[in-house]
Design a protein around this ligand. Sequence first.
Ligand code: TXA
Ligand code: MG
Length: 352
Amino acid sequence: MQSNNKEPLNTLMLSSSKEDIEKAAKIIRDGGLVGMPTETVYGLAADALNGNAVSKIFKAKGRPGDNPLIVHVSSFEDIEKYNLVKKIPEKAKILAEKYWPGPLTIIMEKSDIIPGEVSAGLDTVAVRVPSHKVAASLIREAKTPIAAPSANLSGSPSPTTAQHVFNDMNSRIEAIIDGGECSVGVESTVITLAGEKPRLLRPGGITLEQLRSTLGEVEMDDAVLHKLKEGATAASPGMKYKHYAPKANVVILKGGSQKYIDYVNSRCDKNTAALCWEEDVEKLKCKTLSMGGEKDKESQAHRLFDELREIDNDENIKTVFARCPDTKGIGLAVYNRLIRAAGFEVIDLEKI
Ligand code: TXA
Ligand code: MG
């Protein structure tokens, strides 16, 4: 089985049974690609130690070659077993003890075993131990570390169901394992330990507050909240690309509930939708896409990408007015994804 862009593949839909995980593991060992459920989002899995297999990920996603991939292993011990890094920093041990398996990715100095396709020319490698049982079994069964970016076409919202993966990747990859909906719903937190001080590159399921309570000082990269300036180098290359963007124009509205409702209702028509909190739904006069309760940040993270995909499913929607998430806890991850979907367009309702 070969995956390339010339001949469409017959993408197999697999269950999370033992037999199907064995089938998927064989595809990976043979150099193919598999859609893999994790607790954050679905990943597009390939043998991380096989540069040729990894290069197929970039083709299938249409991903720029300078955007490195996360290497997934089934336990902290695998890092040494496969000799993935030059040296395991003390802080990595502390973080691993507390947050692995789970939605945290740690960047360390890479060893020579990591193919250039994975690290995209950097001298570091990103490592994660996912907690999803199917992902853990697949990695163990494949008997190799697994490189996996989110399993969406480059630029579109990350997939949180097997159906999302199928919609983007059908005929581009060998198989997809259906492991149900992803529980977290946004991608893992990315922290680098390769610099002088620990630095948050991408917020996710493990919060900045948690990282700071465990490590003390943790810097936050500028790209988490702001658009990168023209010509600047991104610490995490993925942060520089326009991401998660639906075809409609998304605008974030910052301010209280009544101001939001008044602003949106005065602009409602058949081409407008509101990406809002559950409490707003009844009061809005246009199509609503609820991310969950205003205080329920877990639900907001869980539903965000599905709602962004929903926008694309309705051709009438040309403008989406989104509530601005609170940036505490996992809200920082929701805000970080949403401002990218909005191309950094935020209107402060308190100032108009
Ligand atoms: O939750 C997740 O992390 C999911 C699941 C499948 O594990 N994966 C995921 O991968 O989100 P991806 O490729 O969509 O995002 C990885 C991010 C990108 O922004 C990339 O630039 C960054 O991590 N990254 C990977 N390796 C890096 C490195 N060595 N240095 C800096 N940033 C790195
Ligand atoms: Mg991604």
